[in-house]
Design a protein around this ligand. Structure first.
Ligand code: DCT
Ligand code: MG
Length: 464
């Protein structure tokens, strides 16, 4: 398949083993391996390498490609389209990154607006939202997923959102793969998984664990920052600050931590909030909110969203959307529902109360079903006009990664999707929207997928 094609392997970062494998494979497929970049048809680089030393002429001719392209060709046994694997100067970032990777985009990815690119049908395939999440897909790569999740958590706790997101993207891609990974090529060919990540996956497969996890997750700092960042209302930066001030336990924080009201509640219910609840308990809590809403106004309807609607067996909190006719006032509705739920001591604490929020439609708080057997649970209530129901329900159903993905996909089509509406013909200057375009009719979730030219995914398939 590589007949007449000349390959030059830029030596930086290529391991000897990989270089040998690639060289042999190229030759086996009638390709030619050359010794200088100038005479090459394609210059293949490891995505992580410093390519600044390459001659300028190569950049002009778009001849520098990430090694994942070659892996893909070998796997699919054909010369696959190379545009999305181009490496651009002077960026060292990979074009093969899925566009949802925070910060990893280049001109080819999230912001690409070229209709030509779209028409090749490649754009939407790169987005997680265009593929179903698979149920119980954790089992076949359990050790890999466990180790990568540990790294994602530790980076998130340290405030390194970019790295955390990279790991989460890889976790999502491996889960969607749904098959046991046994080789480097298996994993490197997945969207959103680059060579460095693939090497980590191979390390788990061959050794059962990751040195990086041992290095980062077993220090006292990571243990304490992890403890603190699990407090509701405490972000990674607060957790770090407390650590640097010398606090090591929740008791230390209670004594000295200068805690916000939310963090005090977060500590009060520390273990209860970390415990996930059954679907049955979510339903019982949802029922309480529904009853109150119906008492306030019989035209109100409710829907349980979040992980519950995605069919998860356990849920971290309860996300209830209350749908209202246009003419009713959101704040009045929410105030009335809350006052009923507080009268019966079902709601025990406010985390973000309406007055302070400035936001008239969202409530975040704590509730508890009667009886000692029940724990305090996180409850979110969102009041939404029926006209926005599909966009709101889709947003509050998530997952967060699915939402990020579908919004980015919308951007590539000059659309804008929010929890309120879907607009087309949107004009952006950089990230800023300068013209909202036209609001599209979105009576159902199906209609949103249709506008975006995506196959419909039921909530269970959005658990990315
Ligand atoms: N959401 C989002 N972006 C975020 C967080 C949330 O778009 N950063 C959306 C998607 C899910 C929904 O809000 C509810 O959020 P959570 O309750 O935090 O998540 P969940 O998926 O319901 O999971 P959990 O079981 O942990 O509550
Ligand atoms: Mg939830």
């Amino acid at each position: 398949m590589f007949s007449g094609i000349k390959f030059y392997f830029h030596p930086a970062k290529f391991s000897k083993g990989r270089l040998n494998v690639f060289t042999t494979q190229v030759k086996n497929h009638c390709g030619i391996v050359v010794e200088s970049s100038e005479e090459a048809t394609y210059v293949i680089v490891e995505e992580s390498c410093d390519t600044l030393s390459l001659p300028t002429s190569l950049w002009h001719e778009d001849r520098v490609l990430g090694s994942v392209w070659l892996s893909k060709c070998l796997k699919e046994k054909l010369v696959v389209e190379f545009q999305q694997f181009r490496i651009t100067k002077p960026s060292l970032k990979r074009l093969t990154s899925s566009p949802e990777s925070a910060g990893a985009g280049t001109s080819e990815s999230g912001s690409n607006k070229s209709p030509d690119y779209d028409s090749r049908g490649q754009t939407s395939k790169k987005y997680a939202c265009s593929q179903p999440s698979l149920k119980n897909s954790e089992a076949c790569n359990a050790a890999v997923l466990d180790q990568l999740q540990k790294l994602a958590d530790v980076y998130r706790a340290r405030g390194d959102q970019w790295r955390a997101h990279g790991y989460e993207k890889a976790i999502s891609a491996i889960r969607r793969h749904g098959k046991e990974i046994t080789s480097f090529e298996d994993v490197a060919s997945l969207e959103g998984v680059g060579c460095k990540m693939a090497a980590k996956v191979m390390e788990v497969i061959t050794t059962g664990s990751l040195r990086k996890v041992e290095e980062l997750c077993t220090t006292e700092e990571s243990r304490v920052v992890d403890l603190f960042s699990n407090i509701w209302g405490a972000g990674p930066s607060a957790a770090h600050t407390w650590y640097t001030k010398g606090y090591r336990s929740l008791e230390d924080l209670i004594k000295n931590g200068n805690l916000t009201k939310q963090q005090q509640i977060g500590i009060k219910y520390y273990n209860e909030f970390l415990d996930r609840m059954s679907r049955k308990e979510v339903e019982e809590i949802g029922q309480k909110v529904t009853e109150s809403a119906k008492e306030v106004n019989s035209s109100l309807t409710t829907m349980l969203c979040g992980s519950y609607r995605r069919g998860k067996q356990t849920c971290g909190d309860v996300d209830v959307v209350v749908l209202k006719p246009q003419q009713l006032n959101s704040k009045q509705i929410l105030t009335s529902i809350l006052s009923r739920l507080k009268d019966t001591v079902f709601i025990t604490d406010d985390l973000v109360s309406l007055e302070k929020n400035g936001n008239q439609r969202k409530y975040l708080g704590v509730c508890k079903l009667p009886g000692d057997e029940h724990k305090h649970r996180r409850l979110d209530i969102f009041v939404v006009p029926q006209t926005e129901s599909a966009c709101a329900i889709m947003h509050y159903t998530g997952s967060a990664l699915f939402n990020r993905s579908i919004r980015l996909l919308a951007q590539t089509k000059n659309m804008h999707l929010s929890e309120h509406r879907l607009c087309a013909g949107v004009v952006r200057q950089g990230k800023e929207i300068v013209d909202e375009g036209q609001v599209l009719s979105t009576p159902t979730e199906e209609s949103i997928f249709k506008h975006l030219d995506l196959e419909y995914r039921p909530p269970e398939e959005r658990d990315h």
